[in-house]
Design a protein around this ligand. Structure first.
Ligand SMILES: [Fe+2]
Ligand SMILES: [Fe+2]
Length: 260
């Protein structure tokens, strides 16, 4: 019998509320036998900002086998040494070559190695190297048949295009960054699992994680506001992918949103 592994990928974790719902829901899914492994996007893990070293370690200890990041990678400088030393933490690969940390990593699982790549989009985002060419280069160097890409990008078109460009060459490509889950999860024609955005692991009663009223006022008045992370209506969002680790072949993708 082929060994299939069920891997949960979770969308941008926002604040202590996000960490709380992450821990509760992943424990429950594990107890129910629905998942074997968890890979989390942790880019807003600290009050909506990038995680500190302590917070990154807490998320790993809460059950994440690896963390991906995004445009908030360097918000907290205590994370920088950990980016260099802990192979479970991946920051975007298409940053300048001198940036701290790694953009691709390999983690060992019971069924074999998994390679994880993080990339930033370039549409409506700060400058970064070309994610398409960076992905081509990194896939050529991967030491695993199973490769997953977290594409941290704003534009749906850019995410779909990179998914199509990598179709059949990676086991899955999942969008992050918008904090809004899309309903287009699918296996692409050549077998790559794909979703435009995993969504958010945090407070749903919010504007992409922040308390509603100050964000609305900011848009109406154009005046600065303090954006606190909301704590209301917590949910974990992401996908569960069923993959044969030895071949990298994906058998299915299921979108999830679970409240706690
Ligand atoms: Fe985010
Ligand atoms: Fe982001």
């Amino acid at each position: 019998m082929l060994g299939g592994m069920k891997i949960l990928f979770t969308g941008d974790m926002v604040g202590s509320a996000g960490r709380q719902v992450f821990q509760r829901v992943t424990e429950q899914l594990r107890d129910e036998g629905q998942i074997d492994l968890v890979i989390a996007n942790a880019e807003n893990g600290a009050g909506g900002r990038g995680p500190s070293a302590d917070i990154a370690e807490a998320i790993l200890n809460a059950g994440a086998a690896a963390l991906t990041l995004g445009d908030h990678t360097f918000d907290d400088k205590t994370l920088i040494p950990l980016l260099e030393t802990d192979p479970r933490i991946v920051r975007p690969a298409n940053l300048p070559p001198a940036a701290a940390g790694r953009g691709m990593t390999t983690i060992e699982t019971e069924e074999g190695p998994i390679c994880i790549i993080s990339l930033l989009g370039r549409v409506f985002m700060d400058p970064a190297d070309c994610p398409f060419r960076t992905a081509d280069k990194l896939i050529g160097r991967a030491h695993a048949k199973t490769i997953f890409v977290d594409f941290h990008a704003e534009a749906t078109s850019e995410k779909i295009a990179l998914g199509r460009h990598l179709d059949g060459r990676v086991s899955g490509l999942f969008g992050t960054h918008t904090h809004v889950q899309t309903s287009d999860e699918t296996l692409l024609p050549n077998g790559t699992a794909y979703i435009t955005d995993l969504g958010m692991t945090g407070p749903k009663d919010s504007v992409i994680g922040r308390e509603v009223e100050p964000v609305v006022q900011r848009f109406i008045t154009g005046m600065p506001q303090k954006f606190n992370v909301s704590k209301k209506d917590l949910a974990l969002e992401g996908v569960i992918v069923d993959v044969d680790i030895s071949s990298g072949k994906t058998r299915g993708i299921e979108r999830i949103r679970k409240r706690a």
